[in-house]
Design a protein around this ligand. Structure first.
Ligand code: COA
Length: 372
């Protein structure tokens, strides 16, 4: 059976934080810390903190700003994390609400209603709660039938979700499968960590996967193939988990948030991902030059350019590998789908594109598409 992505959607939180605003807040925190601990710093028992810089952030990452669910809580130097209203169990949860907006857009683009959906997958890095699965809540909100479950493969989750959805449709277990990726990365980002405080942003995406023969939308991309790869690494890690409360030695807050060895990640993930894409294209008898567009996970501009360069054997143009991280930052599993959603309207019948997501695990997934 031929399978297609028949619609996509994007929810972008209204609030945005520029590098300059973020650095001002971080540097106020640093000044307060150094003043408060001046004696201990002078005695050499406490290390002085160094300020951050907007120029460094732009140069090292390509990020200029990020959208977030709450700006004030993050920018308050005494808080430095989003402030989110505690909701009752009778209200929709925040991540499902974000996913619902993206899902409705994807359904509208595909000419479908929620009632026609019979498989809902929420594929993302962090879950709202342990259970019930967010996907089951979203299934109810959409009035969908069938089954729903959550998938967590960090930043690569959306690609894993598309493969799971395509397989469910191909096997006849679903006729209309939604893959939704809500990300509140600001919830697990340590805004007090100079090395990483600028990396993430918040967003939600959705794509609809159906048999090609039943596609109704005006932009239909056949899934020519999917390919996944995982390889264990501690270089991106988050030790938050349900056993934290049972651990003999309580972990610090910093140890229950995102940490990474950025340089090592860069060095190890670039070859892993470029080989994955190269091998996937070869298996489909497609030459890299036959690819009109690469919708890559958006973590670091230099990394994306290098991956595309390795696949193509030359520098990619901005049209070939579009960039959205300048204003969204790294939105984890949503990143490659945001790039796809915002940069696919100019494709014509026959054009081939590669959606590729990668991140912690390590994990990586490639989805090769052809415009119908
Ligand atoms: N402001 C100013 N200077 C900073 C800084 C900040 N916020 N953070 C670090 N620096 C300094 C460091 O102290 C270091 O100084 P030194 O050379 O005097 O020691 C210098 O800048 C370089 O730091 P480094 O951490 O090596 O930067 P980098 O060039 O590797 O860029 C990342 C950091 C995180 C942007 C980059 O490594 C990256 O994006 N890697 C890939 C990460 C990724 O994709 N992760 C996936 C997550 S899903």
């Amino acid at each position: 059976m031929r399978i297609a992505i028949t619609g996509s959607g994007l929810f972008t939180p209204e609030a945005s934080i520029s590098n300059e605003d973020l650095v001002e807040s971080f540097n106020a925190y640093v000044a307060n810390h150094n003043q408060e601990h001046a004696e201990a710093i002078a005695a050499g028992t406490v290390a002085a903190l160094s300020p951050s810089s907007a120029e460094f952030i732009l140069k090292a990452s390509g990020i200029r700003a990020r959208h977030v669910v709450d700006r004030d809580g993050i920018l308050d130097p005494a808080r430095m994390r989003p402030q989110i209203r505690t909701r009752s169990n009778d209200e929709p949860s925040l991540m499902v609400e974000m996913g619902l907006t993206a899902a409705r857009q994807a359904l509208e683009a595909a000419g479908r209603t929620g009632a026609e959906v019979d498989c809902v997958l929420i594929a993302c890095s962090n879950m709202q709660r342990a259970y019930p699965a967010m996907a089951v809540e979203l299934q109810q909100q959409l009035g969908a039938g069938g089954f729903a479950y959550d998938i967590n493969v960090a930043c690569a989750s959306a690609a894993f979700g598309v493969q799971a959805a395509a397989e469910a449709v191909a096997q006849g277990n679903a006729r209309c499968a939604l893959v939704v990726s809500p990300e509140i990365c600001s919830g697990h980002l340590n805004f007090r960590d100079r090395d990483s405080h600028f990396i993430f942003g918040d967003a939600a995406t959705a794509v609809l996967v159906e048999p090609l023969e039943q596609a109704r939308g005006s932009r239909v991309d056949e899934v020519l193939g999917t390919r996944l790869k995982t390889q264990f690494s501690n270089n991106i890690r988050n030790n938050f988990g349900f056993l934290n409360r049972a651990e003999a030695t309580p972990r610090s807050e910093a140890d229950r948030l995102f940490v990474q060895e950025g340089r090592k990640v860069f060095k190890e993930v670039v070859p892993l991902v470029s080989e994955l894409i190269g091998e996937h294209l070869a298996a489909l008898s497609l030459a890299p030059d036959a690819v009109r567009r690469f919708w890559l996970h958006q973590a670091n501009l230099g990394m994306n350019q290098l991956i595309a360069k390795r696949v193509l054997g030359r520098e990619p143009s901005i049209e070939e590998a579009p960039v959205i991280l300048d204003r969204y930052a790294n939105t984890s599993s949503a990143g490659s789908v945001i790039a796809y959603h915002l940069h696919n309207t100019d494709l014509v019948a026959g054009d081939v594109g590669v959606l590729c997501a990668f991140g912690a695990g390590y994990s990586a997934g490639s989805v090769v598409l052809r415009r119908q």
